[in-house]
Design a protein around this ligand. Sequence first.
Ligand code: AMP
Length: 661
Amino acid sequence: MHLSVRYDPKEKKFPITNLAHIELKMRHFLTNFAVALTKIKINIKDGTIKKSDRVIGIDLGTTNSLVAIVDPVTREAYCLGEPEDKIVPSVIHIGDDHSVTIGKKAAAYLTVEPEHTVYSVKRLLGRSYTDIAGHAASYGYALVEDQTKAMVNIDIRGRMYNPIELSSYILKALREKAQTLIGEPVSKAVITVPAYFNDSQRQATRDAGKLAGLDVMRIINEPTAASLAYGIGLLKHESKTIAVYDLGGGTFDITILSIQDGVFEVLSTNGDTYTGGDDFDRAIVEYWCLQMQLDLKEAEADQQLYQTLRLEAEKAKKYLSSNESYSRQIKVKDSYLELSLEKDTFESLIKPVVEKTLACCALALQDAGLEVPAIDEVVMVGGSTRTPYVVEKVSGFFHGTHINNSINPDEVVAIGAAIEADILAGNRKDMLLIDVTPLSLGIETVGGMMDTIIPRNTKVPFQAGRQYTTSVDGQSKLKIAVYQGERELVDDNRKLGEFILGNIPAMPAGLPKIDIHFILNADGILKIEATELRSGVRQDIEIKPQYGLTDAQVEDMLLSAMQNAETDMQKRMLAEAKAEAGQVIYYCRKLTGSHSDLLTEHELASIRDMIELLELACNGDDRETINKQIDRLNDMTRPFAEKLMDDAIGKALTGKKLDAL
Ligand code: AMP
């Protein structure tokens, strides 16, 4: 009586890959959670939203972090701090008594105490050692090599620190900075993350906020924040497609965003996590070494010389952003070096790096299914977009489309986060409040799993549908149970109702095509239509999804989903493995029974034994063992599947009718 495998409309069939192996296309537990958290609430005519505390906007960056607010009087968004200390380096130093230092003071320890000084912690948030193993050696501090899927730990002075805890120190410092500068307690924030961050990275960021004593009202994408800083997406009925080009010191991201009535949707992202302004500096150092006939390898080996050249290169690069040539004499040890660089030369040196970023832009457009003319505006983010050559080339690539680069590219993300924070605080009475469904809506599938049809935060009205099939031969009725919530298993979510789709004509499992359509109207009323497409049998019901749920209950449900994400995923994978095993056993029994003539007694007995072993494995909770047994049974029955196919083809060739399997 359960729904089973999802129909694949492209293949026009249900995915049955071999005799005993029905591929359950339900491995989407992660994507379920990655529903856009970027949607914003906009424009209210009557200003009825309750005014709440000050909410700060935080750009938690890989290299630098900033905090911004909207001034309650002037309504201007700005970054907090004096010009020289607005930017807080995302560096954490752990002292010998485990005391924590953040920012510039911590950065001073980078060269002298690298093993106690953590930088780029954002690259580790929500990631396991195996995720980052390829780059592990490049960190100056000790990542704990545990080969598990758990979040990586950092061993500092014999104590384990995890990236959430370390990031929370940065957030706490930013929160304290805001409190000191605005003279009020601050407990709410909007934090930005890269658009490509997956659910566990977003969750880790949220947890870091919580640890820092912040109620994280929303996690928003950095490109969305940058657009908001330019006022893009704030107008009602605005419909635009924009490209956000973000070139920092060590990373490059391009994001294509679609904005419609205040809802931001990421169409595609591309980039390179190891490309940025640092490459410009390196190219200059290489050029100078060539000029001075210094061997680059030798220069690199001499850390003092190399670091001096690198810092000079960065100075020269910045100088050339507003001048035509740079020249300086520097002293290294006892010798003097003449360093000079013309703007033209600099541009030819960085050309390959800039071209690499443009190739990423082309790929992002391709992934979004768009051509350059579809882009209405480009937004520039990141310190390296101060280089005029970068702006010139990006402008050329986007055929002269309007380039937004008037806001300080280091501050633009934090400023956008502050604007979003201001909207959420209810201070923008001209903003429309778009209703979104607060929790995901879906149905129960095999194994008691939640299959989300409308993700949470979807703007209403909205409709979406999916196709399913049956898991048992001759099934004439289907129970469709509707749930609300973010947990992987329906038992942990809230049941909204159920109904029966009856009178389905008897068909082999997998053949019925059951279309389940959710229609959510503007009042939050959910209507569900279920139709068996081959027979036309239909049934529908109406459900009020939010009935009886207070805001606090919604919050609680979201919180528990986040807290249980890891265990839920494990449970879901176990339930999936058991469901798959059930299907495999079912088909093996069915086909070995109806075509036993194709097997020897010995083969039949071996298959039976193997089925028993799989059943035994299913009585336990070890997913690995179940999957291993499924594979063994599949391997054992593969020759039989081939014989079955040969037999069927043979019959067809001799004019006989093909048996339905
Ligand atoms: P971000 O990661 O966004 O803070 O960007 C840092 C990068 O921007 C570094 O590579 C800096 O050298 C570079 N940068 C900062 N100021 C300038 C400037 N005036 N011209 C060119 N690059 C700059």
